[in-house]
Design a protein around this ligand. Structure first.
Ligand code: CA
Length: 257
C-alpha cells in the first residue's frame, strides 16, 4: 500500500492563538496531531515540543540501548518505539515547563499514526494516543473511532452515567484525565491495525469533533476521499460553521494500492 496524506489547521472563530500542532511526514510514514493547553503562548510550545520530539525519536532513535524506558514485551518493536517516543515527549514538555516560568503548567494531547512493515512485509498502522484528540478510520459505508478519549466525560459515558448526546453539550466535556506535561511518566494507549486499500485515517483535535457530529465527519470524508486537501478544508469549514469555538486540526491519511 502507498500512503497519501494531507493536514490543515484553523484557529477557529473565537481563539486568538492556535495551540494545535501537526505533522505530515509521508517519507517516514508518521502523522501526528497535538492540542496544547496553557496560559499565554504555552500551549503552542507544548504541542510543538511534543510533535517534534516524537518525530525526532522515531527518525533518529538510534540503537535500542539509547532508548529510555523498558521494552514492553506485549508490544511489537514498532509499537514500543512509538509508545516510548511519546513518553520522551512527555518528559521534554515537563522539562521545558520547569525551565521557564511562563511555560509552567503547560500540557498537550497527542495522537500519532505510524505505518510500518512487519517482518513479513505486511503494512501495519500503529496509533499512539494520550488525551482527547482522536483517530478515526473511515471505510466505505462506515467510520470507526479507534481511540477512546482520556476525558472525564468519556469515563462517564463508558460507565453509562451520561449518554453520548448529553456528553457533547456537557459543560465539563473539556476536562481531560491524561495529557503530556502533567506527570513524570504517562501511560500511552497503543492501537494496532491492519490497513486496507482505500482506508482513510483521520487524526483530529477536539475542535473538530466537538463542533461537527460524527455522521457529518464521515460524510465529508467519503465525499472528498480522493482529494484529501478538499476533505481537510471541508472539515475545517464545517467546524467553523458549527461555531469554531476551538482550534481545529485534521490530518488525513489514505491507503492506496
Ligand atoms: Ca482543543
Amino acid at each position: 500500500l502507498k500512503i497519501s496524506a494531507y493536514g490543515a489547521t484553523t484557529e477557529g472563530k473565537v481563539r486568538e492563538h492556535n495551540e494545535d500542532y501537526f505533522l505530515v511526514d509521508e517519507k517516514n510514514r508518521l502523522f501526528v496531531v497535538a492540542d496544547g493547553m496553557g496560559g499565554h503562548a504555552a500551549g503552542e510550545v507544548a504541542s510543538r515540543i511534543a510533535v517534534e520530539t516524537v518525530a525526532e525519536m522515531l527518525s533518529t532513535g538510534g540503537p535500542e540501548q539509547t532508548w529510555p524506558y523498558d521494552h514492553d514485551p506485549r508490544l511489537s518493536h514498532d509499537a514500543n518505539a512509538l509508545a516510548r517516543s511519546i513518553r520522551v515527549a512527555n518528559r521534554r514538555v515537563i522539562e521545558a515547563s520547569r525551565q521557564d516560568d511562563r511555560l509552567r503548567g503547560m500540557g498537550t494531547t497527542l495522537v500519532a499514526l505510524a505505518a510500518r512493515e512487519d517482518a513479513q512485509g505486511k503494512l501495519l498502522c500503529y496509533v499512539g494516543h494520550v488525551g482527547d484528540s482522536r483517530v478515526y478510520r473511515v471505510r466505505p459505508g462506515r467510520m470507526d473511532q479507534l481511540t477512546s478519549d482520556h476525558s472525564w466525560i468519556n469515563s462517564q459515558v463508558q460507565s453509562g452515567a451520561i449518554d453520548a448526546d448529553t456528553a457533547r453539550r456537557h459543560p465539563l466535556r473539556n476536562v481531560i484525565t491524561r495529557a503530556l506535561g502533567s506527570e513524570e511518566d504517562v501511560d500511552v494507549d497503543i492501537i494496532e491495525c491492519e490497513p486496507r486499500e482505500d482506508d482513510v485515517f483521520l487524526l483530529c483535535s477536539d475542535g473538530l469533533n466537538t463542533m461537527v457530529e460524527d455522521h457529518d465527519i464521515m460524510a465529508l470524508v467519503h465525499k472528498h476521499s480522493r482529494d484529501l486537501q478538499a476533505a481537510a478544508q471541508a472539515l475545517l469549514d464545517k467546524a467553523n460553521e458549527g461555531g469554531g469555538e476551538d482550534n481545529c486540526s485534521v490530518v488525513l491519511v489514505r491507503m492506496d494500492k
